[in-house]
Design a protein. Sequence first.
Length: 95
Amino acid sequence: MKILVCCGSGLGSSFMMEINIKKVLKELNVTNVDVDHSDLGSAKGTKADVYVGTRDIASQLTSLGGEVISLNSMIDLNELKSKLVETLTKMAIIK
């Protein structure tokens, strides 16, 4: 399974979100998940099961074919964990 974290133009914010997602996955004892980050333009050529981005770019991720997690705040770990758990439960990765 692959999670791709995207930001609008640079890579700094997506890298920060990638680190936070890895922390949450470790907390949840979820393994065998590849987490990577990308800018929005490069994301269009990258296949992933889940795309994560802030609400300003999330609508542009929906056409890429995976589940989309839209974050209101890229630094809110509680929101990230909640939405990640919801998505992984929906995909039967966690129970």
